[in-house]
Write a protein that binds this ligand. Structure first.
Ligand SMILES: *Cc1c(COP(=O)(O)O)cnc(C)c1O
Length: 429
């Protein structure tokens, strides 16, 4: 479910015509629907309600302060993967928001910053990290709460670059060694092994991996408790899939069905770290066609959004639905139709202005014939879109707009040429 829909062959975000936004703010432009953001957070809150979960919005999916603030206002905590994300979470969240800190390479400075600012839990990914956190905590005279991140060694479940729970990836502690690592800190004065964490990968379109992961988690928690650790938290991470192609994503209740039994059995506080599920379908990227051309027997649509704005197609071979904002005749009725051979469409590569052959948003895509100046909408671009945007080719990053019912607000201004050089020191001038 999202709040992007065509009315009389014009795309709307809630009650605002997208073409109006493009005219007002320019392109490329990220447009987010507040109603869709809140809807997805609430779907998780409702599905897991009986466990009274702590839902930590994963800031790396989309760190915009207004979006993070909205999440905090609706009861979410935050999952962060760097000191910078921790700072964002603190800036946007209510002062009592719970922050969990994951990532394989936390520096001492980041650890100290998190402890100073009352981090709820560190998700610990290696034995060295565990001891580094212990040492920083000792120096500060505090106790650090940690959850051991286990790699549950499950079969492949998503794109190889985003599968974080198969053997051999850099994430977490091997399931064979996690208990040995835990044994080494029994009775540690400055470390409390308060939880078990796993993040399986993303996007995941089946609940089965969560069932398998949770079952392994229950066994480990029993063993950790036997060692004397007072484990009170089960953190099942994020990774819930969204609608990229059609209506392929599961409802949050499908994941709840597999995760809740483990929560009951262990009596643990449940933590979840959803990012994509909340923000992915809540955002689109709007671009304008600059030129069209035919070359090498292919038809190209060159529009003003590029890999520096949305790198997912290049990085993960991802599919994003694309359609004109104000199509002349055909409007796909079902999301799946975006992939179909709709009469009147022709196969086209949708590319950007960046100087890389890998700069594309779609290849051999069925689209109506497009003309200079026409607007395109790239759907399901709310997660890992702007968050991964760069200034490559000295391109100014796009503006971001939040739509609430019939109103729209700028939540990040378009960058300027001055911004591009602002951090540089022109020392030879
Ligand atoms: C990226 C990440 C998440 C969020 O993943 P989504 O697919 O956006 O839900 C959660 N936990 C950890 C540890 C992560 O690295």
């Amino acid at each position: 479910m999202d709040h992007f829909a065509y009315r009389n062959r014009s795309l709307y975000c809630d009650d605002v015509p997208v073409a109006e936004l493009a005219a007002h703010y320019g392109t490329p432009l990220y447009v987010y629907s507040e109603a869709t953001l809140v809807h997805h957070l609430k779907q998780i809150q409702d599905a897991f309600a009986e466990a009274k979960p702590i839902i930590c919005y994963s800031i790396k999916a989309n760190g915009n302060l207004s979006i993070a603030r909205l999440m905090g206002q609706h009861g979410a905590g935050f999952d962060v993967t760097s000191g910078g994300e921790f700072y964002r979470a603190m800036k946007a969240g209510p002062s009592d928001a719970k922050i969990v800190f994951a990532g394989v390479g936390k520096s001492d400075a980041e650890i100290q910053f998190a402890l100073e600012n009352k981090v709820y839990l560190f998700d610990v990914e290696s034995e060295q990290e565990l001891h580094a956190i212990g040492a920083v905590a000792e120096k500060m005279g505090v106790v650090a709460n940690v959850a051991l991140r286990v790699n549950p060694d499950l079969p492949p479940k998503t794109h190889v670059k985003t599968d974080t729970s198969v053997k051999g990836v850099k994430f977490g502690l091997d399931i064979e060694t996690v208990l040995d690592v835990a044994k080494g800190v029994v009775g540690h004065k400055n470390l409390c092994v308060a939880g078990l964490h796993m993040h399986l990968g993303s996007p995941i379109l089946s609940a089965e991996p969560y069932k398998q992961g949770a079952e392994k988690g229950v066994k480990l928690i029993t063993e950790l408790r036997k060692q004397g650790h007072n484990v009170t938290v089960l953190n099942m991470g994020g990774g819930f899939g969204i609608h990229y192609r059609k209506q392929e994503a599961l409802h949050a209740s499908a994941f709840a069905k597999e995760i809740l039994p483990a929560v009951k059995e262990t009596g643990c506080q449940l933590v979840l770290e959803p990012g994509r599920f909340i923000v992915g379908n809540a955002g689109i990227l709007v671009s304008r066609v600059v030129f069209t051309k035919e070359t090498g027997g292919k038809r190209y649509v060159i529009q003003d959004a590029a890999m520096n704005d949305l790198i997912r197609p290049t990085l993960y071979d991802s599919f994003h639905r694309i359609w004109p904002v104000t199509p002349k005749d055909t409007v796909p009725e079902q999301p799946a139709d975006y992939e179909a051979d709709i009469p009147g469409t022709i196969k086209q590569d949708v590319v950007g202005p960046v100087c890389e052959s890998g700069d594309f948003l779609a290849k051999a895509r069925n689209l109506p014939e497009l003309h200079r100046g026409e607007l395109l909408a790239v759907f399901s671009a709310g997660a890992y879109g702007m968050a991964m945007a760069s200034n490559y080719n000295a391109r100014c990053r796009a503006a971001e707009v939040l739509v609430t019912g019939g109103t729209h607000r700028l939540i990040r201004r378009r960058e300027t040429y001055t911004d591009l050089v602002a951090a540089e020191v022109d020392c030879l001038k």
